[in-house]
Design a protein around this ligand. Sequence first.
Ligand SMILES: C[S@@+](CC[C@H](N)C(=O)[O-])C[C@H]1O[C@@H](n2cnc3c(N)ncnc32)[C@H](O)[C@@H]1O
Length: 253
Amino acid sequence: MKPQDVKQIKESVRQHYADRIKTDESCCSSLTCCPDTKMDSPAEKNGYTKAQISSIPTDAAEHSFGCGNPLEYMDVQEGDVVVDLGSGAGIDVLLASHLVGESGRAIGIDMTPEMIERAQQNAREAGARNVDFRLGEIESMPVEDESVDWIISNCVICLSPDKNKVFEEAYRVLKPGGKLVVSDMVANNMPRWARAAVSAWVSCISGALPEDQYLDSMRQAGFEHVQVLSKSAYAKIRQVEVASVKVEAVKPA
Ligand SMILES: C[S@@+](CC[C@H](N)C(=O)[O-])C[C@H]1O[C@@H](n2cnc3c(N)ncnc32)[C@H](O)[C@@H]1O
């Protein structure tokens, strides 16, 4: 991808999510991430339990822009450090903060200042003192080498124009033996022209890689035991099949 295209995608993604949070939208776009019925809140649709939803401020739960619940199968321990890539309004960081306790830390990284501000506001409302929201890009994470036990992410890496770099950075900041657990979008049969459609990119569609390419990119960064924990069909737009997947990978000890 040309540098000017990377710049344009990043700027469009940043603007899109700044607009979503400023106008209090609770889903990514009408193409994806919106609840199917008025009965389901976005957080419920994304697989969070009622207990999880009621344990965090309403604003954080209502602004669930993800496509899964990355904390679902995780064995996070008290004292662990968890980093969430593309933390949005803070839903997964605030949930992780309960698991890591006072001796641990939950850190969110997001490149959209409006999202960071909202997440900080939600953390203040939650009274969470073990959280930290950092403005930055996940292709060059503001996090020290080998300082993290877990990396999580929820519907964000598909938005990056340089997924290899994201996985290399995740590998750099994880401690040996640390785990990456992500919920994300993958897509098959994406025509070449559709990759250039910025409106579909910001909605988590045209930036989504085919599943095998996504998993290979993790392996190339050095991760082992790369496995799909769950997968569900998300949308079919013409011939393009979009699915949400939950993937786990381990940095060798
Ligand atoms: C679909 S939303 C998901 C937010 C959150 N994970 C959730 O589940 O509600 C995508 C978020 O990722 C952020 N983002 C997208 N690309 C990014 C990048 N390259 N670096 C840092 N943040 C990014 C956006 O600003 C936005 O807040």
